[in-house]
Structures are given as structure tokens and as C-alpha cells.
Design a protein around this ligand. Structure first.
Ligand SMILES: [Mg+2]
Ligand SMILES: [Zn+2]
Length: 187
């Protein structure tokens, strides 16, 4: 089975303004055509796994139960559209906690690959931040950058700067999850 890893904020849903957090369902807005992309990937045999940093829990801004409720609603809408998310991994820790799961560390991706016997050499991680690219590289997963969310800033950082480390560069760049899904389905 083909597997695709997705970041959440800035890929599936809009980033809240001012680098804030999605604290409840009313803060959650699907990006245009994200539901259709997830539906089409599902229908074309992709197993979809989400890996997301949720430091707002560690900072005490919202609770793990709040996040569970948001994901429950998100999955309901995705499934009503015909899509399916196999599993959501999240890092609830404060950025200063030094955990192994917060991206750019690859902990969530490595754990997901181990738990689902995934051959990472054939997989992609779609994200909008440099930390997504870094986490994917460290897990030997091919990084795809999308230009939604923080993607434009990430693009300027990784493409326009000659000094950017190779580990910060994506293998592919697409305007959004939907255009990325077109490519994944065809290749
Ligand atoms: Mg993101
Ligand atoms: Zn963590």
C-alpha cells in the first residue's frame, strides 16, 4: 500500500493568524480543495497519515481533549467527503521540552513507519514549513513543500537562499495539497 504523510496546519487547514493555534473547531478551516485531495488520494489507494506539532497543549493554551475533539470533527468531515485518514500522530510537548517527536525531529515519522511497516524510501511527507522538510529528511522520507500556510515563506527561505543546507530543500514543490495529490496519483 502506498503511504503519504501529511502535516496538518497549513496543509489541510488554514494556519490561524499571527502564528496562533487552532484551539477549537471554530478555529479550524479546511484549505480550498484539501478535502477533495484527501478523497482522491484515498480512492487511489493511498494510506494517509498525519503528523502534527501541537505545542499549544504543552503551553497550556488548549488541552489534549480539545485536540481530540478537533480531530474527531475533522475526520468526520473528511469521511463524509469520501476520504480517510489512517492515523494522526501529534507532538503535544512544549518546544523547550526536548522531546524526540517535535518536528524538525523525525520521531513521529519514524514511529509511524515502524508501527505500519512502511518502506519510507517510497513515501513523501507534505508540509508547509522548513521543519517539515527537515523532519522528513531525517526519517529518509522524501519532502514535498506546498505553498499554502507558511509555504511561501519557506519557499523564499529554501529556494532563494544559496546558503540553504541541502537538508532544508524539498524534492518537489506544489501550490497546495490538491495539486500535489494530482502528481502523486499520476506517478
Ligand atoms: Mg504546517
Ligand atoms: Zn513531542
Amino acid at each position: 500500500m502506498k503511504t503519504i504523510f501529511l502535516d496538518r496546519d497549513g496543509v489541510i487547514n488554514k494556519n490561524p493568524s499571527d502564528y496562533g493555534y487552532v484551539c477549537n473547531w471554530t478555529d479550524f478551516t479546511f484549505l480550498p480543495n484539501a478535502l477533495e485531495a484527501i478523497r482522491d488520494l484515498t480512492h487511489n489507494g493511498f494510506r494517509i497519515i498525519v503528523a502534527t506539532n501541537q505545542a499549544g497543549i504543552g503551553k497550556g493554551i488548549y488541552t489534549e481533549q480539545d485536540l481530540t475533539d478537533i480531530h474527531c470533527q475533522m475526520l468526520t468531515e473528511i469521511e463524509e467527503t469520501g476520504g480517510y485518514i489512517h492515523k494522526i500522530y501529534y507532538c503535544p510537548h512544549h518546544p523547550d521540552a526536548g522531546c524526540e517527536c517535535r518536528k524538525p525531529k523525525p520521531g513521529m515519522l519514524i514511529q509511524a513507519a515502524r508501527e505500519h511497516n512502511i518502506d519510507v524510501s517510497k513515501t513523501f511527507y507534505i508540509g508547509d514549513s522548513i521543519t517539515d522538510i527537515q523532519a522528513a529528511r531525517r526519517a529518509d522520507i522524501s519532502p514535498i513543500l506546498v505553498l499554502t500556510g507558511h509555504g511561501r515563506d519557506s519557499y523564499n527561505h529554501c529556494i532563494n537562499s544559496d546558503s540553504t543546507a541541502k537538508t532544508d530543500k524539498p524534492n518537489k514543490i506544489f501550490t497546495n495539497l490538491y495539486t500535489a495529490s494530482r502528481w502523486l496519483i499520476q506517478c
